[in-house]
Write a new protein. Structure first.
Length: 264
């Protein structure tokens, strides 16, 4: 009887593990369509379930690039180096490649436009000592700020995995990060990129170059009436062909639409 019970328990656990984690090889079609490699992780909160494409790479460390703006915004608000999302910083009059960057801006617009100089300025005001302290307190990636206070997330030592991106977003949405509720609420507000039919998408993109490869991130989460779906997409390519930056979001949307999490 004991042996039968043990076998039943082992079989149940095996089925449970299969249900809790699923590899989706069919997602490869979307990466092939855009001629990129990559990994995709989705966490279904209600069902406590992970979906993966290229699961092996989900634990590989990459530069967070502009996805770090989520964390940088939290730290800037929490340390008081910026009052709120509407405080305007003056443009330094240096012409940059993105027209929206060439103007005075507040954090809400800087997040939306991924304004690099704005967040470099915030990081410089926070300073290396406080920045390192907060990365450790928030358990963000490998917590490494080597490479300069104005670019450790763009070309320096900071690294994060797709699974760590999911973990950080879960703690943000769940209000369990060691910062004030005010800071979390303001960051969650500026992260909103769409709100359709009761499905709210909060997300951030990022782009960098690491080990000779171009990287593209799209991370975020979708809240519905009764669930939260967290996702992290990281694409790589040896060539930054036209459409590379668009591919990071297009692949995410293709997958989320196929899973009926977002609608076309």
């Amino acid at each position: 009887m004991k042996i039968n019970t043990l076998l039943f328990f082992m079989s149940f656990m095996a089925v449970f593990q299969l249900q809790a984690q699923e590899e989706r090889i069919d997602f490869k079609q979307f990466y092939d369509q855009h001629q990129v490699k990559g990994t995709f992780v989705l966490y279904d909160q209600k069902n406590d379930r992970y979906l993966y494409y290229n699961k092996e790479e989900s634990n590989k460390e990459f530069l967070p690039a502009s996805t770090f703006k989520i964390c940088n915004s939290l730290i800037a608000l929490e340390t008081g180096v910026i009052k709120d999302e509407y405080e305007v910083l003056k443009w330094d009059q240096q012409q940059r490649r993105v027209p929206e960057w060439n103007a005075d801006t507040d954090m809400k617009q800087a997040f939306k436009n991924s304004t690099v100089w704005f967040y470099q300025h915030l990081a410089e005001k926070i300073g290396a000592e406080k920045m390192e302290y907060w990365l450790q307190k928030l358990k963000y990636g490998n917590e490494d700020i080597s490479g300069g206070i104005n670019g450790f997330w763009l070309w320096g030592g900071l690294r994060i995995t797709a699974l760590q991106q999911i973990d950080f977003l879960r703690r943000l949405q769940g209000n369990t990060l060691p910062v004030s509720q005010r800071s979390m609420d303001k960051v969650k507000e500026i992260m909103i990129s769409s709100n359709k039919e009761g499905r709210v998408l909060r997300a951030k993109t990022g782009a960098a170059k690491q080990d000779g490869l171009y990287l593209g991130w799209h991370v975020g989460y979708v809240t519905t009436k009764d669930n939260v779906y967290y996702f992290a997409n990281c694409i790589q390519s040896a060539n930054r062909a036209e459409g590379f930056e668009a591919a990071r979001t297009q692949i995410s949307f293709q997958i989320l639409e196929q899973l009926n999490i977002l609608k076309k």
